[in-house]
Design a protein around this ligand. Structure first.
Ligand SMILES: C[S@@+](CC[C@H](N)C(=O)[O-])C[C@H]1O[C@@H](n2cnc3c(N)ncnc32)[C@H](O)[C@@H]1O
Length: 219
């Protein structure tokens, strides 16, 4: 990111329910990963997994849990800064008895820059990134050339970046950003059967928004 003071998120709805707060208190030491200046060793984070996926902006974590349940051998490192969602995802991990999800409360840019080793990720998921519809806010859109470069550095060769959006102008934007890079091949795809419905997608569908899925493979 060119300017680290420009954030791709706005801290909203910090009202956290008592159940979400209690889940955070109780479960952070088991499933939460604190931000630190050192690289994460995935082998110390996950056991018995054969791939690692980074999910950026999990919201309330519906997709995270469902994908983890369906893929017990996929380690998922899920990042967001949305406090109610962090509590909710921790509670869902406990409820679903999944062993393959770890949660971070941090800016994904920093995590990628500092804590993720180059060529170490099998996949990155970004489901319904904040669309930032106003022109003056486009600089906040997470999908931009420097972010694409950062993700490219962290994916293994052949690794996959999956993005979904219900905001048509953002879908065009995403295609434009990827035209500027030679680090990926791919583009728009059919909605994959493995991608669960999320809260934001549901809201978009109720407003008759068209949902677009993109799959990009690291060359
Ligand atoms: C529109 S919501 C979508 C949430 C969820 N994926 C869904 O589909 O319901 C986007 C989420 O991305 C998170 N987010 C945006 N930029 C982020 C960043 N740089 N690091 C971590 N999370 C971020 C926001 O906090 C928010 O929860």
């Amino acid at each position: 990111m060119e300017n680290p003071t420009i954030k791709s998120f706005k801290l909203r709805g910090t009202r956290i329910t008592s159940a979400q707060g209690a889940a955070r208190e109780r479960l952070w030491s088991d499933f939460g990963i604190d931000f630190s200046e050192s690289v994460i060793e995935f082998s110390s984070l996950f056991f018995m997994v054969d791939s690692v996926t980074l999910e950026i902006g999990f919201g309330m974590g519906e997709a995270t849990i469902e994908i983890a349940r369906q893929n017990p051998k996929m380690g998922i490192l899920a990042i967001d800064v949305h406090q109610p969602g962090i509590g909710k995802l921790l509670a869902s991990i406990e409820e679903a008895h999944v062993a393959n999800v770890r949660v971070m409360d941090a800016d994904a840019h920093l995590v990628l820059q500092v804590m993720i080793e180059d060529s170490s990720l099998d996949a990155v998921h970004i489901f319904f990134p904040d669309p930032w519809p106003k022109t003056r806010h486009h600089k906040r859109r997470i999908v931009n050339p420097s972010f694409i470069e950062l993700v490219a550095a962290k994916l293994k060769s052949g690794g996959l970046l999956h993005i979904a959006t219900d905001w048509e102008p953002y879908a065009f934007w995403i295609e434009e950003q990827f035209k500027k890079t030679r680090m990926f091949t791919g583009g728009i795809v059919e909605r994959p059967s493995w991608r669960p419905l999320t809260r934001f997608e549901g809201q978009g569908l109720r407003k008759n928004h068209l949902v677009s899925d993109f799959s990009y493979k690291r060359i």
